[in-house]
Design a protein around this ligand. Sequence first.
Ligand code: NAP
Length: 262
Amino acid sequence: MENNIQTEVQRGQARLQGLVALITGGGTGIGAATAAMFAREGAKVMITGNLEHHLVEIAQAIEKEQGIIAYTVHDVSKEADWKRAIEATMAVYGKLDILINNAGISGNLSATLEERTEEEFGKVLAINLTGQFLGIKAVVPFMKPGGSIVNVSSIAGITGNAGANAYTASKGGSRLLSKGAAVELAAKGIRVNSVHPGYVDTPMVRVMEGAQSFKEMAIANTPLGRGASPEEIAQGILFLASKEASYVTGAELIIDGGFTAF
Ligand code: NAP
């Protein structure tokens, strides 16, 4: 019994040993929690994001814990930026095994279809959906068989939501982009899956208009009666990224405390 427990712990400590992971939006929220967890699991991590000071803060915290981390500023909606982010990763680590397409914005979550401007709709799609497509396109030439891509979608990619039309469209697109990519990239030995968080207390939901009433509504409709921590989402991302999920591709992992269960 003792031996088994020991084996489990050892396995747990090295679930990503020696693997290189690029995590977009890694300077805050779910991305930062994922970066810290991946580094603890032995991965060499590259975090990217818009704002350098967020990246520096997280990189310093992870380095302090003896994790291996680098960062690069990167707008996921720009193809040229993807080229630079991959070049930076290859220059630092020499390979790329895992991509976590996590960066995203909510846009206005209470604009009716008539109120939403074409410009804002396009911006949400450009970051949340086109950004994930560009990421997959950019990394595939560098990934070997065994590579894993995880797209962070949302429960808003599963069910509709009044006022969140742009976000919902982008996250629904992410869900099926993942499945299409899973089918296409299976021949190269690359797995692609999506993660669908429910309410998570991160900067995204803290700074939005009507943050408190949104939180109350979300929690009132969550059977477990609370929001998730970023780490609870990172655990699902870690599973899909790791070899433990070697037969999982095209799957959608809902981590929502039961929100979509009824
Ligand atoms: P967050 O802390 O606001 O994280 C979003 C990250 O995306 C930030 O680090 C931000 O970087 C980055 N980002 C935004 N636009 C970018 C761009 N154009 N290029 C590169 N990076 C960009 O919120 P979060 O909750 O952790 O969100 C992470 C993912 O989870 C998102 O895809 C979100 O849609 C999804 N999600 C969140 C929830 C929730 O309740 N929080 C629920 C379901 C799904 P900077 O800080 O540098 O701007």
